[in-house]
Design a protein around this ligand. Structure first.
Ligand code: PGA
Length: 258
């Protein structure tokens, strides 16, 4: 049995007080029950220190939402992987479609971030996924393959073991439109087959491939029951304690049944 992984991507939301209350509420609610799932919270940069301090008392880990593609130096406003490591952050999301769209992040910059995170022993959570237009043109497999090859496949087998992949079809993010479990499973199986071809069957089996895009308490179980879906990257639904906890419960029971 493989544990499921559930990551809450808070994006640019919540006041300091709200972030504090949500971390504590989730931490309290998790006490004792999630033996088959692991939980990661990803607040914005300015709440990371608060989050990593509280994480020491609770049963979850912390992810940043981005890091600089540069190691250090004159890059006003940027935050380096080593700064995140100093805050005891464990993971970092890179290549989210919002960053690709609004901040012009490319597969090449994502590859640089992955390497800098690895240098600091942080685990990158690398997002991939197609737009609706690409899916309609039947280019979705090609696009996702290109994203993964260009941002991750330069890694050797050992370092590839320290990566999490999140498949997030762009048309499903924040839209309320979820990929069906079959659509998601089809892409996850494809991603796993690419990993198998490049790194072998064991690495492919061990790889974590999460689904993201309007995942909520209602649809989470059906998604997580799919054999190649190892958990979820949750946006909007991770901002409400009861909804997020219900998603973790779904992950927990899917892990037991798989
Ligand atoms: P959503 O976002 O759950 O609000 O669709 C997911 C994500 O962007 O990671």
């Amino acid at each position: 049995m493989k544990n499921k992984l559930v990551i809450g991507n808070w994006k640019m939301n919540l006041s300091f007080e709200e972030a504090n209350d949500l971390i504590i509420a989730i931490g309290d609610a998790l006490e004792g029950f999630h033996t088959n799932s692991e939980v990661v919270l990803s607040p914005s940069f300015v709440y990371l220190e608060l989050a990593t301090d509280l994480a020491e008392e609770y049963n979850f880990s912390i992810a940043a939402q981005n890091c600089s593609e540069y190691e250090n130096g004159a890059y006003t406003g940027e935050i380096s992987a080593s700064m995140l490591a100093a805050l005891k952050v464990n993971f970092c999301i890179v290549g989210h479609s919002e960053r690709r769209k609004y901040f012009h992040e490319t597969n090449e910059t994502i590859a640089k971030k992955v390497d800098l995170l690895h240098k600091q022993q942080l685990i990158p959570i690398v997002c991939c996924g197609e737009t609706m237009e690409e899916r309609k043109n039947n280019e979705h497999f090609k696009i996702v393959e290109q994203q993964l090859v260009e941002s991750l496949f330069h890694l050797n087998k050992e370092m590839f073991g320290h990566v999490i992949i999140a498949y997030e079809p762009v048309w499903a993010i924040g839209t309320g439109e979820t990929a069906t479990p079959e659509q998601a499973q089809e892409m996850h199986a494809f991603i796993r087959s690419l990993i198998e071809k490049k790194y072998g069957a064991e690495t492919a089996y061990n790889a974590y491939i999460l689904y993201g895009g309007s995942c909520n308490a209602k649809n989470a179980l059906n998604l997580f029951m799919q054999p190649d879906i190892d958990g979820g990257l949750i946006g909007g639904a991770s901002l409400k304690t009861s909804e997020f906890i219900a998603i973790i419960e779904a992950a927990d029971s899917a892990a037991k049944d798989n």
